[in-house]
Design a protein around this ligand. Structure first.
Ligand code: PAP
Length: 320
């Protein structure tokens, strides 16, 4: 059976919709995924062999994935012998190639090499997925590997997503984008159920699942980075120690939007892996940018939905 045949077999029986008049998405176990990724998603779910020392970053798209990848990479590699800035792999390779998104690229040779042949002696692998918690490979959920989830204000997520997809697909009206966001009919959606899955698991298994928000990272980056480093087993010394403070600041700077956005690799290169310009992952990175794009009615609609979905859950609108 060739790949197209395999894909057709996978996709044919699934309920489908067309996302933003352009791309087929399929409904699987309560969530929507791009039809063209179904083969990769299925392979990741059945064939991926987790290791207990893996670190799996998880996120709904546009909630701070790239930032989280950078922070974790720089925390884990902060004691590497990097004398010159060029010694930092991030100056020549986009983060999405350094930390592969397994549900999207699992079958890509580059990712297979990275996943299968990475050297154990260098410690756990840093990997990423956009899959919701309940759709993770069962082996991952049972492996005890560390999971870090990042989420973001739903209105800022929506607006960031609108900018991103407008760059890589045709421009789509904001009204329609809000509609699909609120109906939950969008890739990896619905958003709220996606967040809730990881939130609940982080409450159930706090030592293995860490839940972060983009807003907390913006509000108190040093505190959040210290928390993240401790969770990853690479703690900084307690706050107040001058030397370690500098280290925290260095990790933040190396991971900052301002720095990464200006690197040549992130300005003018189309990644062979993602097939999209690396620059698409970097925009403004501000909290509350939705105010520049959503009408009060659109904002109200998303807020009401968020309130409704988070009812009875210890996660409030204020956390965003
Ligand atoms: P992904 O899920 O497709 O990988 P993701 O990185 O989550 O995308 O989202 C991109 C958003 O993160 C952009 O937000 P904006 O559209 O509101 O501006 C992007 O600017 C922001 N971003 C990317 N890198 C960083 C970073 N290093 N620090 C802070 N924000 C960042």
């Amino acid at each position: 059976m060739d790949s197209d045949e395999g894909m057709n077999k996978l996709v044919a029986p699934l309920p489908k919709e067309v996302f933003w008049n352009a791309h087929e998405i399929c409904h699987v176990e309560g969530f929507w995924f791009f039809a063209h990724l179904m083969e990769s998603i299925a392979a990741f779910r059945s064939d991926f062999e987790p290791r207990s020392d893996d670190i799996l970053l998880t996120s709904f798209p546009k909630t701070g994935t790239t930032w989280l990848m950078a922070l974790c990479h720089n925390i884990l590699h902060r004691h590497d012998d990097r004398e010159e800035e060029e010694d930092d792999v991030l100056t020549t390779v986009n983060l999405h190639e350094v930390v592969p998104t397994l549900d999207v690229f699992f079958l890509h040779d580059q990712v297979q090499d990275l996943v299968l042949n990475s050297n154990r002696s260098t410690g756990g692998r840093l990997l990423h997925t956009h899959l919701p918690y309940t759709c993770l490979p069962e082996a991952v959920r049972n492996s005890g590997c560390k999971i870090v989830h990042v989420t973001r204000n739903p209105k800022d997520t929506m607006v960031s997503m609108w900018h991103f997809y407008n760059k890589i697909f045709d421009v789509f009206p904001m009204e329609g984008a809000v509609e699909s966001f609120c109906n939950g009919v969008l890739p990896w959606g619905p958003f709220h159920e996606h967040v809730i899955g990881y939130w609940e698991e982080s409450k159930r298994r706090p030592d293995e699942v860490l839940f972060l928000t983009y807003e907390d990272l913006c509000r108190d980056p040093k505190k959040e980075v210290r928390k993240l480093a401790s969770f990853l087993g690479k703690p900084f010394s307690p706050a107040g120690n001058g030397c370690e403070d500098e280290e925290v600041e260095k990790v933040l700077w190396l991971s900052s939007l301002g720095r990464l956005k200006e690197l040549e690799v992130n300005k003018n290169v189309v990644s062979e892996l993602t097939q999209i310009p690396n620059s698409s992952f970097f925009r403004k990175g501000t909290v509350g940018d939705w105010k520049n794009y959503l009408t009060p009615q659109m904002a109200e609609r998303i807020d009401q939905l968020t309130q409704l979905k988070l009812q009875g859950i210890e996660l409030s609108l204020d956390d965003f």
